[in-house]
Design a protein. Structure first.
Length: 102
């Protein structure tokens, strides 16, 4: 497991999300009241950037067709999305967010 430092936690306020590139991966970082999560930032239905959508609690809605995913598990939870997102391990150390995309 190769954790990469990607952002300061304070730069991603609770209730928001941010796009980052980690290696060759487009990753969305979500700061929810439940914690910080990371998924692929590409909708499995429409290939849209999810971080441009809407975050409601732990559910992200795709900006194109409104399909939804649970950011904690990557599960597709609303049509037209049926294929889950890839998720990535996240750690918070000394106020920094680390993600492992390997």
């Amino acid at each position: 497991m190769a954790m990469e430092k990607i952002a300061k936690l304070e730069d991603i306020p609770e209730g928001t999300m941010q796009h980052v590139e980690v290696g060759l991966e487009d990753v969305a970082i979500y700061h929810t009241s439940d914690g910080v999560y990371a998924t692929s930032d590409v909708c499995t239905h429409a290939s849209e950037q999810l971080s441009r959508g809407r975050l409601d609690g732990c559910i992200v809605a795709c900006p194109k067709h409104g399909g939804k995913f649970d950011v904690r598990t990557g599960a597709a939870v609303a049509f037209p999305c049926v294929i889950p997102l890839q998720t990535f391990p996240v750690e918070i150390r000394d106020g920094m967010v680390y993600v492992d995309v390997d």
